[in-house]
Design a protein around this ligand. Structure first.
Ligand code: AMP
Ligand code: MG
Length: 337
């Protein structure tokens, strides 16, 4: 922890010939990279960016009892006045719930708690139908409503969690703030949700590695990003539960009530980070072909799937085939979706 805190808020030379600012926000690292020639401009933008990120955390954190989301949760059944930012994110999360037919579900929190994710005690056994059936009823996102600056959970016990979309939203906000200060060569990376424009000091693009979900020190391939591209990954390898030797992802399938099994990692490329973040979580839950159809139906979206089985396979939607360069050792594992 000490080392983490020492790093928080430091400015240092980065890889690819650029300059970096690192902070610790929303329970994760943020790294902003610009070419060395923009180092001073980045320093001037940092206070404003920190303030915006802290305001997002203050509105959305489910770990802070005074956040707007916590107020919505403790007042389930009543309308709660919220900031424009919170209302916008609730509206966006409902849009992704509709698009994914409930695979993405901003009301999933009671199930998350039941499985001991988010720091609670994990149950001693895999939960059974008798426990899950009433929880499935409770996580009905159709009972979440937003109206201008008011949000309401219709039934007592319902709980909102915008954790699958908040980081993407935060990345877009930082990205826009940097652009507004005339920085056009930028990469914003918030715990793996990232967005880039222009290039580094060395190349007219940014290179992002896609991690091997089965071996975190290895990459399976690279994406070359520029022009405002955003990338998000949802995986089962960083946060998960293990009950009776069986692993479940930190992402829940709200339709069954169980942690997702069968998918190791999903990476989504989109034109903005909120879209990439929401879709990577949604696709992690959806059946792979259905998820592929959803990204193909959306503008400028593409996806890469690694199922949780051996031998490792990498499934690419048509848009991703044009962008993803596999490492030589994984070229034979690439499949078309
Ligand atoms: P991400 O890492 O962006 O995929 O988001 C994962 C987080 O989203 C989890 O830690 C939960 O807080 C929340 N979450 C879990 N399952 C779902 C789901 N099916 N729909 C929406 N949010 C979820
Ligand atoms: Mg997400």
């Amino acid at each position: 922890m000490f080392l983490l805190l020492l790093c928080a808020g430091c400015r240092r030379p980065g890889r690819q010939g650029n300059h970096e600012w690192n902070g610790l926000v929303m329970g994760t690292y943020v790294t902003i990279s610009v070419p060395a020639t923009d180092a001073d401009r980045l320093d001037q933008a940092v206070p404003e960016i920190k303030q915006a990120l802290e305001a997002i955390e203050a509105d959305l954190s489910i770990f802070r009892p005074d956040s707007e989301v916590s107020r919505i949760n403790s007042n389930a059944g009543s309308w709660v006045e919220v900031s424009t930012q919170t209302a916008h994110l609730v509206q966006q999360s409902l849009e992704y719930a509709r698009l994914s037919e409930g695979a993405f579900n901003p009301a999933v929190l009671p199930l998350i708690h039941a499985w001991g994710l988010h720091g609670a005690q994990a149950p001693p056994q895999w939960l059974n139908e008798a426990t899950l059936a009433p929880l499935r009823e409770l996580v009905d996102w159709r009972k979440l409503a937003v109206e201008s600056n008011r949000v309401r959970l219709a039934a007592a016990g319902m709980q909102l969690d915008l954790g699958a979309i908040a980081k993407g939203y935060a990345v877009d906000l930082c990205y826009r703030m940097l652009h507004a200060r005339s920085m056009t060569n930028i990469m914003v990376n918030l715990g793996g949700d990232l967005r880039c424009s222009g290039g580094t000091g060395r190349n007219p693009y940014w290179i992002v590695g896609v991690r091997n979900p089965f071996n975190r020190s290895q990459i399976i391939g690279r994406l070359l990003l520029s022009g405002g591209d955003a990338v998000s990954t949802s995986g089962n390898y960083e946060r998960f539960i293990e009950i009776d030797g069986r692993r479940g992802a930190h992402i829940i399938d709200p339709r069954s009530g169980y942690p997702v099994e069968g998918m190791a990692g999903v990476t989504v490329l989109a034109a903005d980070s909120l879209t990439a973040d929401a879709l990577s979580t949604a696709l992690f839950v959806m059946e792979m072909q259905q998820g592929g159809n959803l990204v193909n139906s959306m503008d400028n979206c593409a996806a890469l799937f690694v199922p949780d089985r051996q031998p490792l396979e990498i499934y690419l939607t048509p848009g991703m085939r044009e962008r993803f360069v596999p490492e030589p050792a994984f070229a034979a594992a690439v499949r078309q979706l």
